[in-house]
Design a protein around this ligand. Structure first.
Ligand code: GLN
Length: 227
């Protein structure tokens, strides 16, 4: 094997940040297996390509760098398709619609986006929530995972967390002391990111997504993982 590469012909190496339930999280008997909605989609893409899936868990903020350095073949990380990221990578067709939501302590819910102005906001580093938070406030603190941002809120160190809707709802289950507020923020669309040099994999990924959307597999995953 080549060092610093880890890639073999028959393996699809997918990068993720497994702290974004239900899209990706660590599970299995020993808590060392990446699981979730994105991982199941990635497994199907690998299978359709006649490859085995290997998941590399890394910081969200390192994923695009790792992809363009050839360390991974694909990013499956609830990554929002943005014009900025499209300069660096190719995205598959959208596979999930999300939005940013606000988490606060109970009773501290904002009533409009203006309420975010100059609040102390915790976010995940390099996320769309991070970018959006900076439009509202100079007091943005960024963490490597949304989980850490939420811990900061629980500890009373920040006023609110901006995070993706589904993972935020997922974290709420374990944090009934917090409140989730949906404001009128723009929708975001998740895509699988692939190197601009790998047109073959992009084509094949879109074909697998088309297939999963039409044969009921996609809807089955939605029922299995969401809410
Ligand atoms: N959807 C958000 C983004 O693309 C957050 C993704 C994540 O934290 N895994 O920035």
């Amino acid at each position: 094997t080549l060092t610093g590469c880890g890639k073999k012909e028959n393996v699809l190496v997918v990068g993720t940040n497994a702290a974004f339930p239900p899209f990706e999280y660590m599970g299995g008997p020993n808590g060392d297996e990446a699981k979730g909605f994105d991982i199941d989609i990635a497994r199907q893409i690998a299978e359709d390509a006649g490859k085995t899936l290997k998941v590399e868990n890394m910081k969200f903020d390192s994923l695009i760098v790792a992809l363009n350095a050839g360390k991974i073949d694909m990013i499956a990380a609830g990554m929002t398709i943005t014009p900025e990221r499209q300069k660096a990578v190719s995205f598959s067709q959208p596979y999930y619609e999300a939005t940013q939501v606000v988490l606060t302590q109970q009773g501290k819910a904002p009533t409009s986006p203006e309420d975010l102005k100059d609040k102390i906001i915790a976010v995940q580093l390099g996320s769309t929530g991070d970018i959006m938070a900076k439009e509202y406030s100079h007091n943005v603190v960024a963490f490597n995972t949304g989980f850490e941002a939420i811990m900061e809120l629980k500890n009373g160190k920040v006023d609110l967390v901006l995070f993706d809707s589904e993972p935020a709802a997922n974290h709420m289950k374990k944090n009934p002391d917090l409140q989730l507020t949906t404001l009128a923020f723009e929708p975001e669309y998740y895509g699988l990111a692939i190197s601009k040099e790998n047109a073959e994999l992009l084509k094949q990924t879109n074909a697998t997504l088309d297939k999963m959307k039409s044969n009921g597999q996609y809807d089955a995953l939605i029922s299995q993982y969401m809410k």
